[in-house]
Design a protein around this ligand. Structure first.
Ligand code: KIV
Length: 303
């Protein structure tokens, strides 16, 4: 299983542009960040406007997650998401992003059935979506896919722990890796995914001590969500952390804003102002030559 590595304390500096130019975040840069113990940030984005905001705010990596099925498309879970939907949203995000590395999720059943299908679908996210890497869920069952996709030149982010595409097999969204057997299996799977070529692994909803130890044993960076503070980076769903999607409130989410409330207030004001006639005013209106306007008015409505 390879040599044990010591736990390390992470630095707080943010990677920035040293010479005023935008330095694209790459696989090599993400690897250097782990080596230098600089924490990696990741947020989801699914459309042009929010991707501009996330990239402009300096987030290192952007995940076009299949969580878009729930927060953008209103599905009950991520299972119905299609390749066409992923490509569509990934294209919108990559049109916006200048600095962050864009990683696109492979949706349920786009990689499990066969290696040729997995390769073709990963290729679509790169060729059509213009993503720079793909993410897929699972451990031992997807090691061959990770090896084949990486060998084709496509960086692969793996995903262990709570893997939402296995919701039915897990009997719901539950913390994973709590028993000794499950913890040992997860470490073994993480090492196997690293050996197969994954450049990074998401660890979702596992005990923070297990995430700390897996992080210490891997050369590649771990990105945690509900996996405690000792991962090499952290990811949240944008709509969760901005308080836009409030249908579920998982314990691991920290809400940094309440945009649902702010948006509801703004929309309420719009409703009131339109109904009262306070909006629009002349400030939001356009003019034409006054004499022409008068002549047309007489002809159109005054006769
Ligand atoms: O789809 C998604 O947004 C994800 C993250 C929660 C890691 O997989």
């Amino acid at each position: 299983m390879g040599g044990k590595r010591k736990s390390v304390s992470h630095q707080r500096e943010a990677p920035g542009a040293s010479n005023g130019k935008v330095e694209k975040v790459t696989v090599a840069r993400v690897a250097r960040m782990k080596a230098k113990q600089t924490r990696i940030t990741m947020l989801t984005a699914y459309d042009y406007t929010t991707a501009r905001i996330v990239d402009g705010a300096g987030v290192d990596t952007i995940l076009v997650g299949d969580s878009l099925g729930m927060v953008m498309l209103g599905y009950e879970n991520t299972l119905p998401v299609t390749m066409d939907e992923m490509v569509h949203h990934t294209r919108a995000v990559t049109r916006a992003v200048k600095r962050a590395m864009v990683i696109a999720d492979m949706p349920f059943m786009s990689y499990q059935a066969s290696l040729p299908e997995a390769l073709a679908n990963a290729g679509r996210l790169i060729k059509e979506g213009r993503a720079e890497a793909i993410k897929l869920e699972g451990g031992a069952a997807v090691v061959d896919q990770v090896r084949a996709i990486s060998a084709a030149g496509i960086p692969v982010m793996a995903h262990l722990g709570l893997t939402p595409q296995a919701i039915h097999q897990m009997s719901g969204y539950r913390v994973q890796g709590k028993s000794e057997d499950a913890a040992r299996e997860m470490l073994a799977e993480a090492l196997a995914l690293e050996a197969a070529g994954a450049f990074s692994i998401v660890l979702e909803c596992i005990p923070h001590t297990l995430a700390r130890d897996i992080t210490a044993r891997l050369r590649i960076p771990t990105i945690g969500i509900g996996a405690g503070p000792d991962c090499d980076g952290q990811v949240l769903v944008l709509q969760d952390m901005l308080g836009l999607y409030q249908e579920i409130a998982p314990r691991h989410v920290k809400r940094y804003a309440n945009l649902h409330e702010a948006a509801t207030k703004a929309i309420g004001e719009f409703n009131e102002e339109v109904r009262s006639g306070a909006f629009p005013t002349m400030d939001q209106s356009f003019t034409m030559d006054a004499a022409l306007a008068q002549r047309l008015h007489e002809e159109f409505v005054s006769e």
